[in-house]
Each structure stands twice: as C-alpha cells, then as structure tokens.
Design a protein around this ligand. Structure first.
Ligand SMILES: Nc1ncnc2c1ncn2[C@@H]1O[C@H](COP(=O)(O)OP(=O)(O)OP(=O)(O)O)[C@@H](O)[C@H]1O
Ligand SMILES: [Mg+2]
Length: 344
C-alpha cells in the first residue's frame, strides 16, 4: 500500500484527524550474523508492516520474543534504515528528513527502553545524564536547562536530590522514572516505550504504567507501548496491534481484542496470559479461556513458513493456510485480522 506524502494541513482540526504516525508497508531484513554471513540468507525481522497511530492514542504492540517489535520501533525512529516502505511522522518521511527537519523529528519522537540500568551511564551523575539531551540540542542556558530538568523530575514524581546521585544509588523504579524524565525533556509528541516495565517488580511496574498514563494526559502525548505481556496492553492501550514473525496479524480496539479476538495467534496469547495469572504458589484455578494454545515454538525468521506463517502451529490450520498468505483485512470496521478462518 502506498500513500502520497501530504504536507500536514494548517487547520488544527484537520490536523488532529490525521494520523500522527503512518507505518506503510515497512520491510527490514538483516543479513544472518556470524558464520553464515557470507550466505544470502536473511532474517525476516519486519515483513510488510502497515498501521497508523492517531494523535493522543495509546497503541499497544504485542507478540512473542523475536517477532520484530524492537526492530520496528527502531525503524520508526529512523535508527535502522528500512529495506522498503515508509514511516511518516506528522506527514514527514522519517528516512528522508535532513537538517532542521531531522533534528525536529529526533526531538519529537523519544524511546524508553526496557532496562533503565543499561540506558544510563553508570559513572555519570543523573544530573549530567539529564542535561545531555538539552545541551546537545543547544536548548537554553545552564540555568534554564536546570529549571527544565527540575520541572520534568516533578512530572515523574522525583525531586532535585536525585541530580547528584549515580544510577547504582537508585532503585530500578526510580531509574525508570529518570529515563522517562530524560525522554520528556525535549517535549516529544510520541513516546515509544519498548517493554518499559519488564525489568521491574510487579508493584513498581504498575506505578510506572500509571505514571505514563498520567503523563500522557498531562503532556498531550501519543504512545506506542511495546510489550510481550497482554496484561500491560490491556491496562493502558486504546488499540492493540498483534505481531507474529515479522507481520501484523490483528489490529483492534482494546475491548474488541480482548472480548472477541479474531486471530488464532491472539487467542493463543490470551490463553497463555490467563494461564500465567494462575499463581503456582496458590494453585488456585485462574480465569478460564475457551481458546487453544499453540503447538511448538516459533519457526526461524530466516525461513518463515509459506502461506500463513502461523500454520505449522495453528490448531485451526487447513489446506488453504499452508499455501495462501492471508491479507490483513477488516472483518468489522476497525478490526483487522490476517486469517482465512477468523473466529474459529
Ligand atoms: N542487528 C541485527 N542483526 C541481525 N538480526 C537482528 C538484528 N536485530 C534484530 N535481529 C533479529 O530480528 C528478529 C527480531 O528481533 P527484535 O529484537 O526486533 O524482536 P523483539 O520482538 O523486540 O523481541 P523481544 O521481545 O525479545 O525484545 C530476531 O530474530 C532478531 O534476532
Ligand atoms: Mg525487543
């Protein structure tokens, strides 16, 4: 699918109706690392992904480890060049932006990583780490930058006393707040959170998710929330895209996705996440699900299966699924699924 690259409309109402982000048929394959790198085999990390994010929306992106979520995030930020397809941010092609436009994009889209300890230099005081993005963008005098940092620390529920600390003098939850603060310093419009809570304890996880939701409203942010955990996206997202082996297999509003999932892969993820809620310590029966689990492990992204990529693991697979690739099409308005036999 190709879309003309339109300049953003000047009328604010029309602008609000335009997607903030358009991901249009993005493909990213990596050459196989290591011994086989001379061969022409490639890892099909992202394979024709299309979706949009509306201004102010929280879109969830879920899928098993290795399905391509982080690669897609990096491509959206322009950190990984794509093989084909485009990412538009507010009408600007991320890969083609140069000069001041590129600088503006770098400011407008920020990434929050999974592991706050890896995101911050362990030798640096937090004040220095927080000042770096502002100084790099040449924003304000030392005094002004300090005021901005203290203001943003307030947004994430921390005070000035953290500026003199080093990362090891903070808890994981406090550090993740610092990472969120650093992302917010430049007043971004889009925050891409890549597993922002999976390195944290359950109690801190909820705090950070609640903080992100508060900030979203307070600061008028748009969020892409990447997680392998359906409970996280259920908690915070307006709409959810489900990814399997480099492709989007279902997109729906949160309520539709959880109440009537169309794709066998989404159904299996739901079954697995409900099984997780049955705590082994108590052995109490958890919520039941009518959905079947998948067989086996995800196949190699170097040789994705023909037809529907899920067919070797799908309990519903029939002959057609082995040969014909299903397209991502709407079943009901706004609810798309790539399955020949949805809801079965
Ligand atoms: N720089 C790279 N070179 C080669 N292969 C890569 C590279 N980056 C990612 N891949 C491969 O692309 C696929 C998708 O990786 P990616 O990190 O995007 O998955 P993910 O969905 O974010 O997984 P996780 O949930 O574990 O973070 C994997 O098979 C991975 O090994
Ligand atoms: Mg990842």
């Amino acid at each position: 699918m190709t879309m003309p690259q339109a300049a953003p409309p000047a009328d604010p109402a029309a602008r609000a109706r335009q997607p903030l982000v358009v991901v249009d048929d993005v493909v990213k394959h990596f050459p196989l690392p290591g011994r086989l790198s001379g061969s022409r085999q490639r890892v099909h990390s992202v394979d024709g992904v299309t979706f949009t994010i509306a201004p102010g929306e929280v879109l969830g992106l879920v899928g098993e480890s290795g399905c391509g979520k982080s690669t897609l995030a990096r491509a959206m930020l322009g950190l990984t060049p794509v093989d084909s397809g485009r990412v538009l941010f507010d009408g600007t092609d991320v890969a083609r932006a140069r000069g001041s436009q590129r600088k503006e994009l770098r400011r407008s889209m920020q990434l929050v990583f999974q592991d706050p300890f890896a995101a911050l230099d362990p030798r640096m005081r937090l004040g220095t780490s927080l000042d770096a993005p502002l100084a790099q963008h040449g924003l304000g005098t030392r005094e002004e930058r300090h005021r901005r940092i203290v203001e943003v620390l307030g947004h994430v529920g921390l005070d000035e006393s953290f500026l003199g600390r080093r990362p090891r003098e903070c808890s994981g939850g406090q550090l993740q707040r610092i990472v969120v603060a650093r992302a917010l310093l430049l007043r971004p419009r889009l925050l891409i959170c890549d597993e922002p809570t999976s390195a944290l304890d359950a109690s801190v996880r909820a705090q950070i998710l609640n903080l992100l939701m508060e900030l979203k409203d307070e600061l008028d942010l748009t969020l892409l929330m990447i997680s392998h955990d359906l409970r996280v996206v259920r908690h915070v997202c307006d709409r959810v895209a489900v990814m399997y082996l480099g492709e989007i297999v279902e997109v729906a509003t949160r309520d539709e996705l959880f109440e009537s999932p169309a794709h066998p892969y989404t159904r299996a993820l739901l079954a697995a996440s409900m099984a997780d809620e049955r705590l082994p310590a108590t052995e109490e029966p958890g919520p039941r699900t009518p959905y079947s689990a998948l067989r086996g492990e995800p196949p190699s992204p170097v040789h994705p299966p023909a037809g529907c990529r899920l067919h070797p693991r799908c309990p519903q697979a029939r002959d057609r699924c082995r040969t014909e690739e299903p397209m991502l099409v709407p079943g009901t308005p706004g609810h798309l699924a790539a399955c020949h036999y949805p809801y079965t």
